[in-house]
Write a protein that binds this ligand. Sequence first.
Ligand code: NAP
Length: 228
Amino acid sequence: MKPVILITGATRGIGFAAAKQLGARGAQIIIASRDGARAAEAAARVGDGACGVALDITDQASVDAAVKQIEEQFGRLDVLVNNSAILLDHYQSLLELQPEVLLETLNTNVVGTLRVSQAFALLLAKSKAPRIVNVSSGAGQIDGEPQSWAPAYCISKTALNMLTQQLTAALPDVIVNSMCPGWCRTDMGGSDAPRTPDEGAETLTWLALGAPHDLRSKFVKDLGVIPW
Ligand SMILES: NC(=O)c1ccc[n+]([C@@H]2O[C@H](COP(=O)([O-])OP(=O)(O)OC[C@H]3O[C@@H](n4cnc5c(N)ncnc54)[C@H](OP(=O)(O)O)[C@@H]3O)[C@@H](O)[C@H]2O)c1
């Protein structure tokens, strides 16, 4: 039976690269986008029976409709990839950061990820080997020197990593991990980044399908565990 994998924000960038990799490994891919037509178009580019779903992770009604569609189509979900995120404050200093920008960033990157994880928990419970992969960032690590780049985004990714730990505790039958793709050439990463989206998606693909079952509640980059 093909593993059923939902990837949020997967019409482009790292999410789309992961969709291609996972589809090529025999998974049933569901590409999510706020724009259902773009999701369907991206699914057609992935091929192998991939399909699209409209999903805005900041909108509960949209998330509930996506759950209903996937329940009717597949009856379960094996892997949820929380890939959607926004980066609004690249080079803004913390002292000039508008609180609204922090709220919007947290609302998508953290609250949206929680909303989607809560909503799909029942479908994940119908899987024999359920997994959640949260696409985080080294920008959220708190073990290094203090940094000033993109404060709202960094704070959101630190919170996402804690959400990974909380989800592990709340969903003991689900393998939940966070991963960092590295700096990649996407709309978010820009053209100077050293990695391709495909390279960035490799660890995601591994966590979604191949990583050992005892690897859980970890932060992973380049197939290895890194500090939170
Ligand atoms: N690129 C990098 O260098 C880098 C480095 C570290 C971590 N990351 C992480 O990797 C992931 C993918 O990044 P990327 O570089 O591929 O970014 P991207 O090209 O900007 O793609 C981000 C995706 O997020 C989706 N999205 C945004 N708001 C959404 C919402 N409210 N509901 C649903 N989807 C929403 C967008 O989908 P639609 O517009 O189709 O809805 C878009 O496809 C993100 O979590 C990012 O933080 C990226």
